[in-house]
Write a protein that binds this ligand. Structure first.
Ligand SMILES: NC(=O)c1ccc[n+]([C@@H]2O[C@H](COP(=O)([O-])OP(=O)(O)OC[C@H]3O[C@@H](n4cnc5c(N)ncnc54)[C@H](OP(=O)(O)O)[C@@H]3O)[C@@H](O)[C@H]2O)c1
Length: 253
């Protein structure tokens, strides 16, 4: 992926990784469109980054995705980078007598169905460009699950697997398929305490390293991996899978 001169749509651009990545790419000379549900935050991010455009959409709503994709296609026919970054997380307790799956279902809807649907809707636009990128934010948990959040982890493993297949299908097209797999990062994904959790990577450090990887074209087999996530990526190969599983089990307090 070239670092400037693109027209980029970043979903989940209202906060955390998506917002800072959108701002970094805006600063590098790209036309950036951010999407999310919270209009006040869209107004804030576009207000602070002149030229950036915000569009409100709920990516857990299939009909809203179709309307949104049609509007993106007509407003930005030159769109050549789609960054599917929006996501939610949650935990489920399968030892409970009554297991609440409400959050699990919306996580599947947002992290899987919404990504597949939006990608399918916008791939024809991406394929029409001479050079384009389809990116999805997965997680280090795609490679070793976090036991308290089985569905969240599985949505990321699903997307990793899906991206590998898509990369092969699309290899004779202009579309490069990339996976952004963050480690644990200081955002509000898992609640307000995560922003200052010392075990999580500071957001600015994460974004700086990601931009360096993009600038240096240091993408590994389609994967954007900062150093902190690499032990998870190779855990199975390194014989460390069970060790990480056991360590994760103690993290949820
Ligand atoms: N932080 C970590 O430790 C970590 C680690 C690995 C992977 N990730 C992944 O990184 C991505 C970004 O998460 P984050 O950590 O930056 O957390 P975040 O600050 O909570 O950001 C999540 C973003 O997704 C958007 N979003 C959620 N549901 C949506 C919906 N139904 N429709 C439209 N937008 C929606 C949110 O916007 P609105 O609320 O405005 O809709 C927000 O902008 C996620 O895919 C997450 O799974 C994060």
């Amino acid at each position: 992926m070239k670092i400037s001169g693109n027209t980029i749509l970043v979903t989940g651009g209202t906060s955390g990784i998506g917002r800072r990545l959108a701002e970094a790419l805006h600063d590098k000379g790209n036309k950036v469109v951010v999407a999310g549900r919270r209009q006040a935050l869209l107004d804030e991010v576009t207000g602070q980054n002149p030229g950036m455009i915000g569009i409100a959409v709920d990516l857990s709503d299939g009909a809203a995705i179709e309307t949104f994709a049609a509007s993106v296609k007509s407003q930005f026919p030159q769109l050549n980078v789609l960054i599917n970054n929006a996501g939610i997380a949650g935990v489920e307790d399968y030892t409970a007598d009554s297991i609440d799956l409400t959050r699990a279902y919306s996580t599947i809807q947002t992290n899987i169905t919404g990504v597949v649907q939006l990608s399918a809707a916008l791939l024809p636009v991406l394929r029409a460009q001479p050079q384009s990128t389809l990116m999805v934010t997965t997680s280090g948990l795609a490679f070793v699950p976090y036991p308290p959040g089985p569905v969240y982890s599985a949505t990321k493993a699903f997307m990793h697997n899906w991206l590998d297949a898509l990369r092969v299908q699309l290899r004779k097209t202009s579309v490069e398929v990339l996976e952004l797999a963050p480690p644990y990062v200081q955002t509000e994904l898992g609640g307000p305490r995560q922003v200052s959790d010392p075990r999580a990577m500071p957001l600015e450090e994460y974004i700086t390293e990601v931009v360096q990887i993009l600038e240096n074209n240091a993408i590994e087999n389609g994967e954007i991996l900062v150093d902190r996530v690499k032990p998870l990526r190779t855990a199975e190969k390194d014989g460390k899978y069970q060790e990480f599983l056991d360590m994760f089990a103690t993290m949820h307090d």
